[in-house]
Design a protein around this ligand. Structure first.
Ligand SMILES: *Cc1c(COP(=O)(O)O)cnc(C)c1O
Length: 380
């Protein structure tokens, strides 16, 4: 009874919370009782546990994923005029921090099937001013890190992995070895925004690196450029993960692999139900990454997307467009270097992607209802 009246959501954080509420509530109230709200033991414990989960030497928590990207670029000493290459098909934060720091964002197109940054396009965009590449592991699947790292080594570039959507996914090297997304480049950046795969109950983020010196600089940058108390070697920012969020993240990190498996199970269900339609493509998988399905994104072929969305919405099914407008066509990022048509893949994706609900709490009844509704539209 209760199930059939439950509202379908893109992400169901309420049901997820209901299953772990005892542990979460205790974690929150114990921080309040301790009054160690900032840089308390919970933050240090979470940091150590995430380091262990990722197999990385240093995790540096910060206030959100956007800050993580900004702090990475500051700690690497990038200067105005330096060019930073990133994918055009991404959330705005990636390009925003490049522009905010006075660096030059160099946008490149993405792969038409995986939606991840296109290697040939990166290579073409490299100039003597290029300092860094920011691959975005979009929707939960890793960009081609092995090739990107080889290209970066050849041209002496930093690699800043935007792993805000792919925490927990494994990159698979050609020799079969695996490494967690975000731990391969010079530095990895992630977000704990509530709807992300490891989400807190507010804002949060982190940087990861295996480089001891860089880790020191990152910690300094995130803490007002402070080397020792009241001694400031650089202009930094104030960016902290608070202890309550860290305590919540510790509870959820223990379940992250279980949560990823639930998302993968839902994705497999959708694949089976929708995979043999000519008018839609289900998400393509690469052989060099696992997929943690931050989003389950369909590609529509010759279908009226607005009509499909309306049709689903009338049945109580939300569906979202990530992302409707490429960066080079956003008012804030208009640039004489770029014009409409310059990024044919990104522009086509923005016009034809549609993401279906996917989260950790999907049951088969809901998956069947959503899949059947999509099929019903295709038949009409
Ligand atoms: C969410 C997200 C960010 C920003 O994270 P916040 O914590 O919201 O600042 C950056 N990049 C990508 C790809 C994201 O999805």
């Amino acid at each position: 009874m209760e199930k059939s009246v439950k509202k379908i959501q893109m992400v169901d954080l309420q049901t997820q919370y209901a299953k772990i509420s005892g542990e979460i509530d205790e974690a929150i109230s114990s921080v309040i009782r301790s009054a160690a709200f900032i840089n308390g033991p919970e933050v240090k414990a979470f940091q150590a546990e995430l380091e262990q989960y990722l197999g990385v030497k240093h995790v540096i928590p910060c206030a959100n994923g956007t800050d993580a990207l900004q702090i990475a670029m500051m700690a690497l000493g990038l200067k105005p005029g330096d060019e930073v290459i990133t994918a055009n098909f991404t959330y705005v934060a990636t390009a925003e921090v490049i522009a905010l720091l006075g660096l030059t964002p160099v946008l490149v197109d993405v792969h038409p099937k995986t939606f991840d940054i296109d290697l040939a396009a990166i290579e073409k965009a490299i100039t003597p001013r290029t300092k860094a590449i920011v691959p975005v592991h979009l929707f939960g699947q890793c960009a081609d890190m092995e090739m990107i790292m080889a290209l970066a080594a050849k041209h002496k570039l930093y690699v800043i992995e935007d792993t805000a959507q792919a925490l927990g996914s494994d990159y698979i090297f050609s020799d079969g070895k695996t490494q967690k997304a975000g731990t391969i480049g010079t530095v990895g950046c992630t977000s704990f925004f509530p709807s992300k795969n490891l989400g807190c109950y507010g804002d949060g983020g982190a940087l990861y690196t295996n480089d001891d010196e860089l880790a020191k600089k990152i910690r300094m940058m995130a803490n007002h450029g402070q080397r020792v108390q009241y001694v400031h070697d650089s202009i930094g920012v104030n960016s902290r993960l608070d202890s309550i969020q860290a305590a919540i993240l510790r509870v959820k990190l223990k379940r992250l692999d279980h949560y990823a498996a639930a998302r993968q199970k839902a994705a497999a269900w959708y694949d089976k139900a929708l995979g043999n339609q000519t008018a839609i493509s289900v998400p393509a998988r690469t052989t060099n990454s696992t997929h943690v399905f931050h989003q389950y994104t369909l590609l529509l072929h010759g279908i009226d997307r607005a009509k499909l969305r309306e049709f689903l919405s009338a049945k109580g099914i939300p569906a979202m467009i990530y992302y409707p407008l490429p960066l080079h066509l956003q008012k804030a990022y208009l640039d004489a270097r770029y014009k409409p048509g310059d990024f044919p893949v990104t522009e086509k994706l923005c016009a034809s992607v549609l993401s279906l609900p996917i989260h950790t709490e999907m049951d088969e009844e809901t998956l069947a209802y959503i899949s059947d509704s999509v099929l019903e539209f295709l038949k009409a």
